[in-house]
Design a protein around this ligand. Structure first.
Ligand SMILES: NC(=O)c1ccc[n+]([C@@H]2O[C@H](COP(=O)([O-])OP(=O)(O)OC[C@H]3O[C@@H](n4cnc5c(N)ncnc54)[C@H](O)[C@@H]3O)[C@@H](O)[C@H]2O)c1
Length: 329
């Protein structure tokens, strides 16, 4: 058996690939167009073949799926920047919806019945209650969040009308790096808080911009739920197991977070402790659509996937710091 992984050279995809190879015997057909991923993030392993192709290149993809006898899809590939999605909406609709539709067509027309999809807490929009459960209304406030919602809705319709089981995993803030130090977060541009704090500490960035310190939170800065990337990877493996062992067709949406929230200032303080250096920061106005708090209720992941986060914030920051000091790509 072989699983198809899109976005395999990206941040989360590459961590999933390593965890999967370590713990499972199945083979991997890994694809990525390397628009945001890195070839060195893909390990050399006899159980893995990598192809640099587009998810929408159905001619090549159909052939690969047939040759490798693919039985399941884990779909990480996506355009991922919330701010950019507001400036280039068509690019986001094209990649995250239209290209994704083409991928689902390739997969379904080759008899694949199991899909794990990378969704996001961005599908919820402004929270009405906290922590967020999966039945919170979906009301995204960015084009990025809207494209994730649209992909979820496509999966729901395909599940209703065809023989498709899916698990859509709604990640909160992915962070940290593999303990090996061989892979880690390397987005360009980098918009995530932790790597940017660390880049200030290594002198790659002059100053950290903090968007708003007048939120209704104890120290006035935004609170987010940071989850280690290997915890995310393990949840995907559990989701694949669930799809395979379930006796019924599945259409599940599952939050992946830790249930704990940390403010921007708390993250800065902890990074200063770990590195022994000071972070220069500047308070900027709030960004549109930034809720004060985003924290996951992950009870459903515990119940359905028998999963729970293993990494504490300290380890998340320490592994991210080790990666930042010795980046391979
Ligand atoms: N990083 C987070 O905190 C976070 C949070 C919520 C959801 N997500 C979702 O998780 C997934 C992975 O995110 P990431 O942080 O690893 O991003 P990433 O940019 O590091 O990885 C995405 C990969 O997909 C590839 N890709 C993009 N479009 C492609 C296409 N058309 N064909 C082939 N390959 C393509 C890129 O080259 C890249 O390697 C995305 O779907 C993202 O929306 C991420």
């Amino acid at each position: 058996m072989t699983i198809l992984i899109t976005g395999a050279a990206g941040y989360i995809g590459s961590h999933f690939v390593r965890r999967f190879l370590k713990t499972r015997q199945e083979k991997i057909l890994a694809i990525d167009n390397l628009s945001g991923g890195y070839r060195p993030a893909i390990p050399d392993d006899e159980k893995l073949v990598f192809h640099q192709i587009e998810i929408a290149d159905s001619t090549q993809l159909n052939e690969l799926i047939r040759t490798h006898e693919v039985t399941a899809l884990v779909h990480f590939a996506s355009s991922i920047l919330v701010g950019e999605s507001e400036q280039q909406p068509l690019r986001y609709f094209k990649n995250n919806v239209s290209n994704t539709l083409s991928l689902f067509d390739s997969v379904l027309s080759n008899g694949i019945k199991h899909v794990v999809f990378s969704s996001s807490c961005a599908v919820y929009g402004d929270p009405l209650f906290m922590p967020l459960t999966e039945d919170h209304p979906r009301n995204p406030i960015s084009i990025y969040g809207q494209t994730k919602l649209m992909a979820e809705q496509v999966l729901e319709s395909l599940h209703r009308t065809l023989d498709l089981s899916f698990v859509s995993l709604r990640y909160f803030n992915a962070a940290g790096a593999d303990e090996s130090g061989e892979i880690g977060e390397a987005h360009v541009p980098e918009t995530h808080l932790i790597p940017n704090v660390l880049r200030v500490l290594t002198g790659q960035l002059e100053c950290l911009q903090i968007y708003g310190d007048d939120f209704d939170t104890p120290d006035g800065t935004c609170i987010r739920d940071y989850i280690h990337v290997n915890d995310l990877a393990d949840a995907h493996i559990a989701a694949l197991d669930l799809l395979r062992t379930s006796k019924r067709k599945l259409d599940e949406h599952i939050n992946l977070g830790t249930g704990a929230g940390y403010s921007v200032k708390e993250i800065v303080d902890k990074c200063q402790e770990i590195s022994g250096k000071k972070v220069k920061s500047l308070i900027k106005p709030r960004r549109a659509g930034d809720p004060p708090r985003l924290i996951a209720n992950y009870a459903k992941a515990q119940a359905l996937l028998s999963w729970q986060p293993r990494y504490e914030l300290e380890t998340i920051l320490q592994t991210a710091w080790n990666w930042e000091l010795n980046r391979r790509y």
